[in-house]
Design a protein around this ligand. Structure first.
Ligand SMILES: Cc1cc2nc3c(=O)[nH]c(=O)nc-3n(C[C@H](O)[C@H](O)[C@H](O)COP(=O)(O)O)c2cc1C
Length: 367
């Protein structure tokens, strides 16, 4: 991997200078699946990989503290080889601790370290990380610098990227975002994922903060125009590949969260063809269900609760005949004292109803 040294065109407004920041190219950001707590764990990421080879996958946010000082860091960091390219998202505000956590991510083989500077949850703000750090670009730059310095010594250095918003509270001007990006990039970050709405740090729940502040895509487009040398990906409210393709006329990448979780097949089955020009064979929903249930069986044998795996497949048949039957069958797995039997039942359900449950995508494409 080529290591690029970029002297930032904009001097950091906060008085810090990093004369030779290490800026590594990030994995292809053209399409990525957003980090989502309780959703994008390794099981869901495995499911997504059955549909797209190219989308970049993000972990749920892991706090640096949990990785470095927690009792079971493996729980947060484990992933399957097939998940590559896969990025580890970290939350924290202590540069040394973040560097330590990033080193663990690099050692585990992750392709990118992403900093969460966009999450507005109270718990996160109280710990002084997430979106509230938009007001502290100097600290974010210090984290990027500390991580880069630590990873430079690593046998396989990996890039640091930042996921953030267009602003917080009343600090939501174009100049505010430009200053933030200018300061952070000077420490060696050349990739920014912009959730194109601001966050209100008090008064709104995290869920409301994903819905109420208006999406202003033009702000992310403007950021790309202001910083053409950086990779800018856009996030927020993107519901289908057509919308993704439209955004790609303005920015370098599109990150999709809820739409990918709620209806992964509807969203992703065509992603490699439409966004990456890769015409590999696309499995049908039923083929994917069977492959995922195989995986679930292997995880079950390793002591993982069946429901922890199968809960992520609720949206697999969204929009297809049989979707409700499938969801009901999956819901019944929860608490079933005989998971091996439940798994057999799910396999039988898919096999029995294969014609109702799926539309063969290949036939559809050939028509
Ligand atoms: C259930 C849930 C959990 C989330 N957890 C995280 C997280 O851990 N880190 C993060 O940066 N964003 C998190 N987000 C925000 C998403 O990454 C994304 O920015 C947001 O949902 C907007 O994108 P979308 O409209 O495509 O869903 C979460 C969103 C949801 C719905």
């Amino acid at each position: 991997m080529a290591v690029k040294s970029t002297a930032c065109a904009l001097a950091p407004s906060q008085g810090l200078t990093y004369p030779h920041p290490m800026t590594l190219p990030a994995p292809n950001q053209r399409l990525s699946i957003a980090p989502m707590m309780d959703c994008t764990d390794r099981h869901f990421r495995y499911l997504v990989r059955l549909m797209t080879r190219h989308a970049l996958l993000y972990t749920e946010m892991v706090t640096a503290n949990a990785l470095v000082r927690g009792r079971d860091p493996q729980r947060f960091i484990a992933y399957a080889d097939v998940e590559h390219p896969v990025a580890l998202q970290l939350g924290g505000a202590d540069p040394a601790l973040m560097a330590e956590a990033a080193a663990k991510g690099a050692a585990a083989g992750y392709d990118e370290i992403n900093l969460n500077i966009g999450c507005p949850s109270d718990r996160v703000s109280a710990g002084r990380f997430g979106a509230c750090l938009m007001a502290e670009p100097k600290l974010v730059a210090e984290m990027v610098h500390a991580i880069n310095a630590r990873l430079a010594a690593h046998s396989r250095p990996i890039p640091v990227t930042v996921k953030t918003r267009i602003g917080i509270d009343h600090q939501d001007s174009e100049a505010f975002l430009d200053d933030f990006v200018g300061a952070v990039s000077a420490a060696g970050c050349a990739t920014f994922i912009i959730h194109a709405r601001k966050a209100w740090l008090s008064g709104l729940s995290p869920k409301e903060n994903r819905e109420i502040p208006p999406l202003i895509y033009a702000r992310a487009y403007k950021l790309k125009r202001d910083f053409p040398q950086f990779t800018i990906a856009i996030n927020g409210g993107i519901k289908d590949l057509g919308a993704a393709a439209e955004h790609l006329n303005h920015v370098d990448g599109v990150m999709i969260g809820r739409a990918a979780y709620d209806a992964p097949y509807a969203l992703l089955a065509q992603a490699d063809v439409q966004l990456f020009g890769d015409t590999h064979t696309v499995l049908t929903e039923a083929e994917i269900a069977l492959a995922y249930l195989e995986y679930a069986g292997r995880e079950l044998a390793q002591g993982v609760k069946l429901h922890a795996v199968t809960r992520h497949a609720m949206g697999l048949f969204t929009g297809r005949p049989g979707a409700r039957v499938w969801r009901r069958a999956l819901a019944e797995v929860n608490g079933n004292p005989e998971p091996a039997e439940a798994l057999k039942g799910l396999r039988a359900l898919v096999t029995r109803n294969v014609n109702d449950l799926t539309l063969n995508l290949r036939e559809e494409l050939a028509a």
